[in-house]
Design a protein around this ligand. Structure first.
Ligand code: SAM
Length: 286
């Protein structure tokens, strides 16, 4: 456990750089069947959940990550009815998908039931009742096995996974991406949590290569998530409809307004700007 009893939580994701968060009240700390899970209070970020030494979500900045990984693919596509979330145990992604009234069903496949139960108990503001929505279909299973076994099809697949270690490793494989592609409706979109490119360039390159072999259009969009140390977070983007990520803010804005969303990070201009990648990322993808 990276809580050395010093009252600080030391994240252990990167070898040579690290962040530490002051630990106030610890609401839960134990091993689930699969992962070390701790939920504690921090004066700046509010309640924080970490798995296996890595910050997963915080009340303070979850809006950036969850708004971008839902509103960008759903508003770019424009006619989303069915969504698949792989991972996402805290329920923040589920909540944002359900804010789209035209979405008829969201299937969420999470491998660790305890993450869901403890998030509902100690981080209720993040899921905000989304698990009780009649459009929610919660499945406790491995996401890679699920996409291979199910016959359902989805307009958008969102991979809100842990990093490529432990149970999350399989969610960065070409085998899993191929399974996701087979579950998409024509013109459907796959988006993924793809790490912090400044500190995890290998993850970016691997996913780009693997997604590029499977889809007509594969790339990334970015957003800064303060509690994901190291600068921009990269989100994988893959679809066979190459026009979807080249839309203007003028094209997106009417959909955003019609959806009646209240956001703290996402705007149609941010949507379009998020696909403009810095030179170091473009170089890494050459
Ligand atoms: N936003 C976080 C991040 O970027 O690191 C991820 C948050 S979410 C809590 C990650 C979830 O993925 C966890 O609840 C974990 O249990 C789940 N997960 C890991 N491997 C999985 C798998 N193979 N299938 C389904 N869910 C998985």
């Amino acid at each position: 456990m990276s809580d050395s009893g010093s009252g600080w939580y030391d994240e252990t994701l990167h070898k040579d750089v690290a962040q530490r968060l002051r630990m106030g009240r610890v609401l839960h700390r134990d091993r689930t069947g699969l992962q070390d899970l701790v939920i504690f209070e921090n004066p700046v970020l509010g309640r924080v959940m970490a798995l296996d030494g890595v910050v997963q979500t915080t009340e303070g900045d979850e809006f950036v990550y969850h708004e971008m990984l839902t509103h960008v693919p759903i508003l770019a596509h424009g006619r989303v009815r069915r969504v698949l979330i792989v991972g996402g145990g805290d329920g923040g992604m589920l909540r944002r998908c359900l804010e789209h009234k035209a979405v008829e069903r969201v299937t969420m496949v999470e491998i660790d039931r305890s993450v869901v139960d403890l998030s509902i108990a100690h981080l209720p503001s993040i899921s905000a009742g989304a698990f009780d929505d009649p459009r929610t279909d919660l499945v406790i299973a491995d996401g890679c096995a699920f996409v291979k076994e199910t016959t359902e099809r989805f307009d958008v697949v969102i991979v809100d996974s842990t990093d490529p270690h432990g149970p999350g490793a399989v969610l960065f494989t070409e085998d899993f991406y191929a399974g996701c592609k087979a579950r998409l409706t024509p013109g459907g979109v796959l988006v993924t949590q793809n790490g912090v490119p400044f500190l995890q360039p290998g993850e970016l390159k691997d996913s780009h290569r693997r997604l590029g072999r499977l889809f007509g259009d594969a790339g990334f969009f970015v957003a800064p998530v303060p509690s994901y140390y190291g600068g921009f977070m990269a989100f994988g983007w893959a679809t066979d409809d190459a026009a979807l990520r080249r839309q203007t803010a003028e094209a997106i804005r009417p959909r955003f307004e019609a959806a009646g969303l209240t956001t703290r990070y996402y705007t149609p201009d941010i949507h379009v700007a998020s696909f403009a990648l810095p030179a170091f990322m473009l170089d890494a993808l050459k």
